[in-house]
Design a protein around this ligand. Sequence first.
Ligand code: XIL
Length: 317
Amino acid sequence: TVGLNDAAKAAGKVYFGTATDTNEFGDYGYVTILNDTSIFGQFTPGNSLKWMYAEPEQGVFNFTGGDEVYAMAYETGKIMRGHNLVWYSELPTWVTDATWDATNLTTTIQSHVTGEVSHYTGKLYAWDVVNEPLNDNGTFRSDVFYDTLGSSYISIALNAARAADPNVKLYINEYNLEYSGPKIDAMVQLVKDLQAEGTPIDGIGFESHFILGEINAQEFQWNMQNITALGLEVAITELDDRIELPATAADLYQQQQEYQEIVGVCMAVEGCVGVTVWDYTDYYSWIPSTFAGYGAASPYNECLEKKPAYDGIAAAF
Ligand code: XIL
């Protein structure tokens, strides 16, 4: 069978990749497949570069995990997406428990973004600079950043990232942009507002955490094209397709069709640069621990065997 990264590149895309992280690197069978660059041409560290791990104390950075993922990518000829810099979740307590005003939170965001981005200047393909800033109803998510600074925290972070690395692609990454409705409309408006004020923004990440039976490829394609029409690139950044357990053979066949349709959307949108699965195997997928009763969301099963979904992806590229 064809390797998915080879297939993606032959189809004119930049990469096919996967989330991974250091806690999985002791698993020989897993790493053997992970390191195969014909299958994966891109890594996203699933956790190591999040604020609580990368700056656990104010001004004290820890790049041990991120550097290990980067080294693994680099040694096997892969590119890496940095994930993520400013997000409401997985923050250290020194951020969540402090009382901030606009001035000291601005410098704190700038220091955090500068510290992380400058550590990897010239080394990464992209950064998810802001993660999940919107509610499903299209309003801005209430968190320490928005509550203190309004939506200006987004441009503060993007400008700091650009200053620290002139070439890395700067993304906003979000879920539930795959459907029509107020959330994608709000993201389109946010991009227009950022562009109007001269804030650097290069791409929008469509996380793409799908539920079996709930994909709408037509809406997904329209939404990607609404973003690329503004001159940005797009990517599928965290793909999985979860099934209510136990997954039947019919479910896995339907999942194959859905993976093919989803990757087919990236193929149909010229500005869609690549596809990343949110870990390639059901064994390390975040789904079962986050969505009770669901699983089997990834293209390899728990025994590291290819599922029908793998062939669905290969057929789309
Ligand atoms: C998830 C990781 O996979 C888990 O290991 C962690 O416990 C929680 O975060 N959206 C994102 C990712 O942008 O960072 C999340 O990753 C999944 C949802």
